[in-house]
Design a protein around this ligand. Structure first.
Ligand code: HXC
Length: 258
């Protein structure tokens, strides 16, 4: 499939999606988000892909939803068309790990898109923000919900109400990003992380993702029960036999993803 607003590339078992609308700092319009969804469909269906990376440019991961496209919208346009987020949930529903590699601006919907991913690796140039308040709107793709879970109520309120940006160092301290790397090493480091994950047993990786996400949807006891059931089920995998046999034999495991 050929795309207009993204570039896709696979390296080994890693699928890369690069947002490619440079003149608008990767502003997210319907077509761009649809293309991300199609690329995720393809990577999810491909047995040879074990992890997915989403990145932008040096200057911007994405500077938000496309303001020009939204400017003249009426309430009815927004409500009836489920604008603009009708196609955004695809990132959340992806069962394979999705990592955001963020350099430059990740603002508004751009920050929300990054937060939909399983974790964020940030370049030291990254700037995160939810500046919607300046436009007379509020975050609409999870900013008011995922940001407080990631960085605390205090910082989420501060960011959403003042519209100030958070730099990479603060984002790491606050827990929004898992690590910060030099900007010129961002893709290299993100690929290394994705390759590591893609080298493990895919069903186990998916179970880990599902279990961690469960922590945000349930009480501790429900989450622990869920984890225990999934943990028990991992003993049905050939990869569990292989992983443990390899450890005992002091060799590297060869996972077959089943
Ligand atoms: C449309 C955008 C855009 C956006 C930048 N551009 N952000 N177009 N939608 N969100 C365009 C600019 O109009 C400009 O086009 C070009 O990209 C370069 O941007 P500049 O502003 O000239 O660059 P710079 O001076 O470096 O400033 C960078 C910036 C600024 C700080 C990121 O562009 C900015 O504040 N952008 C808007 C950020 C924002 O408010 N995001 C939230 C959007 S609302 P031209 O043609 O002039 O060169 C949102 C709601 C989500 O995301 C709700 C649910 C999804």
């Amino acid at each position: 499939m050929s795309y207009e607003l993204i570039i896709t590339e696979t390296r080994g078992r890693v699928g890369l999606i690069t947002l490619n609308r440079p003149k608008a700092l990767n502003a997210l319009n319907d077509s761009l988000v649809d293309e991300i969804g199609h690329a995720l469909d393809a990577y999810e269906a491909d047995e040879n892909i074990g992890a997915i990376l989403i990145t932008g440019s040096e200057k911007a991961f994405a500077a938000g939803a496309d303001i020009g496209a939204m400017a003249e919208f009426s309430y009815m346009d927004a409500y009836k068309g489920d604008y603009i987020t009708r196609n955004w949930e695809r990132v959340k529903t992806c069962r394979k790990p999705v990592i955001a590699a963020v350099a430059g601006f990740a603002l508004g919907g751009g920050c929300e898109l990054a937060m939909m991913c399983d974790f964020i690796i940030a370049a030291d140039s990254a700037k995160f923000g939810q500046p919607e308040v300046k436009l007379g709107i509020l975050p609409g793709a999870g900013g008011t919900q995922r940001l407080p879970r990631a960085v605390s109520k205090a910082k989420a309120m501060d960011m959403c109400l003042t519209a100030r940006f958070m730099d990479a160092a603060e984002a790491e301290r606050a827990g929004l990003v898992s690590r910060v790397v030099p900007a010129d090493k961002l893709l290299e480091e993100a690929f290394a992380a994705a390759e590591t994950i893609a080298g493990y047993s895919l069903p186990v990786v998916m179970m880990i993702k599902e279990s961690i996400n469960r922590a945000f949807e349930s009480s501790l006891n429900e989450g622990l029960l869920f984890e225990r059931r999934v943990f028990h089920s991992s003993f049905a995998l050939n990869d569990q036999k292989e992983g443990m046999a390899a450890f005992v034999a002091k060799r590297k495991p060869v996972f077959k993803h089943n």
